[in-house]
Design a protein around this ligand. Structure first.
Ligand code: SAM
Length: 247
């Protein structure tokens, strides 16, 4: 939890910007926050990825870990500081990974953290139109709800996947109604969502503002609208739900 306090510091530091955004409705871009948000996000999420990603979440997907073990092409979209990308690249040395994020300072940090790992590279690009095709697996960790056009992003991802490829969507755990989320974890997420995730989405074209407590039903609607035909919850932990989507 300690990492989350760095992000909390960013909310207080950015209070004047947030006040203006609440008045104008224009949002606050992810990259327009003070720097502690970026390291705070990594420090908050990384321990969960380290604990669950390789041993629980990836094996919960159909046919994915055998492909990763023998050599697959993977994109991690909205990768931030690259914690998830690096964990996967270290676990599956025969596969090739690219981490993508539109926030250039985060990609600089990810490149430094990767420390020359050979099967891994990072690129500054937008989730809705990044280059590349023929991916076996595309992952999005705690980022789709921050994007302005989640349907457009999911639709672009579907087009970059192989016909038998997989989108792994990691989102905060949430129920489908407000009442379902009135618990300690939901309260933390609603607070961050209101001050960071919703303003980040409103700052981008379309501005869907899913929020960090969108819930499985709403996320499934987004993925189906983007053209995915098979969508299911593959796993969950106290903080995250893992949704598998196939073309
Ligand atoms: C909450 S952070 C999660 C970062 C990382 N996946 C993690 O779990 O630590 C959301 C990330 O989405 C990125 N992002 C938001 N909108 C984006 C877009 N349209 N294209 C690419 N990246 C975007 C932000 O720059 C940020 O790094």
């Amino acid at each position: 939890m300690t990492g989350g306090f760095y992000s909390l510091a960013a909310v207080f530091a950015d209070e004047p910007k947030l006040t203006r955004a609440f008045q104008s409705g224009d949002g606050v871009g992810w990259g327009d926050h003070s720097e502690c948000l970026f390291c705070g996000t990594e420090r908050f999420f990384r321990p969960g990825y380290k604990a669950h990603l390789v041993d629980e979440w990836l094996p919960a997907l159909d046919d994915v870990t055998p492909k990763l073990a023998s050599g697959a092409k993977v994109a991690d979209v909205g990768c931030g500081h690259g914690a998830s990308t690096i964990i996967m690249a270290e676990a599956f040395p025969s596969s090739d990974f690219i981490g993508i994020d539109f926030h250039a300072p985060s990609i600089d940090h990810a490149r430094a953290a990767a420390n020359g790992q050979g099967n891994l590279r990072f690129a500054v690009a937008k989730a809705q139109d990044f280059d590349g095709a023929g991916f076996d697996l595309v992952t999005v960790f705690d980022a789709l709800h921050d994007m302005g056009d989640p349907v457009g992003v999911a639709s672009h991802i579907r087009q970059t996947l192989k016909p038998d490829g997989t989108l792994m969507l990691v989102e905060p755990l949430a129920g489908d109604t407000l009442e379902d989320n009135l618990n300690p974890v939901g309260r933390i997420y609603y607070a961050f969502s209101t001050n960071i995730c919703v303003p980040a989405s409103l700052n981008q074209p379309v501005g869907t503002a899913l929020g960090a407590q969108a819930g499985e039903k709403r996320l499934t609607e987004v993925l189906k609208e983007a053209g995915f035909t098979r969508v299911r919850r593959a796993a969950d932990t106290p903080f995250n739900m893992i949704i598998e989507a196939r073309p």
